[in-house]
Design a protein around this ligand. Structure first.
Ligand SMILES: [Zn+2]
Length: 176
């Protein structure tokens, strides 16, 4: 995983970019942030002795494209009312959820991401593994390694987030 902060920041950045095209309510942004962290619920698998490389293990099924699709389709059906809302809410939520796996595939450690589970359990990384992998567990995170992770995320996620906020601000400022 990248850290929970990194994933949440990525969802926020995606929201900011989409806000330039359409209006997304705060409750949908909130869901997107939750969904950007949710795939790591699978770390619980370690407690049950499920191996990392299993489809049910860490970075397995909950990091797949299908998981993101089903989760976001069901949620959209529950929260969207109009046709436009269905389209925009789903698009944002899907991107926010999938951003989790895309970021994980950019990290320096662990095993890759099973994007195509349950059909294919091959684990993938991108050719550029630039984000320092976050230690698993809160206790391990608050260490020197955690600081190194945050610094690396500041560069690869924080800077794009700031740029997205800046563009959004300029755009809103111009509209006033
Ligand atoms: Zn993850």
């Amino acid at each position: 995983m990248a850290s929970a902060f990194g994933h949440a920041a990525a969802a926020w950045a995606i929201n900011n970019v989409l806000q330039l095209l359409t209006h997304l309510p705060v409750r949908v942004l909130f869901l997107g942030v939750i969904f950007s962290i949710l795939p790591d619920i699978d770390v619980i698998a370690f407690r049950f002795g499920i191996p990392y490389e299993s489809m049910w293990g860490h970075r397995g099924i909950t990091h797949s494209i299908l998981f993101a699709f089903v989760l976001c389709a069901l949620t959209t059906l529950m929260v969207a009312k109009t046709k436009k809302e269905h389209l925009t809410f789903f698009f944002f939520l899907f991107l926010a959820t999938l951003s989790h796996s895309l970021l994980d595939a950019l990290t320096t450690g662990g095993k890759g991401v099973a994007f195509f589970a349950p059909f294919d359990n091959t684990r993938y990384f991108f050719p550029w593994q630039v984000i320092k992998v976050s230690p698993i567990g809160v206790k391990n995170f608050f260490s020197d390694r955690g600081v190194a992770v945050l610094l690396s995320e500041l560069k690869w996620i924080g800077i794009p987030l700031l740029i997205s906020l800046f563009i959004l601000y300029i755009r809103k400022f111009k509209q006033v």
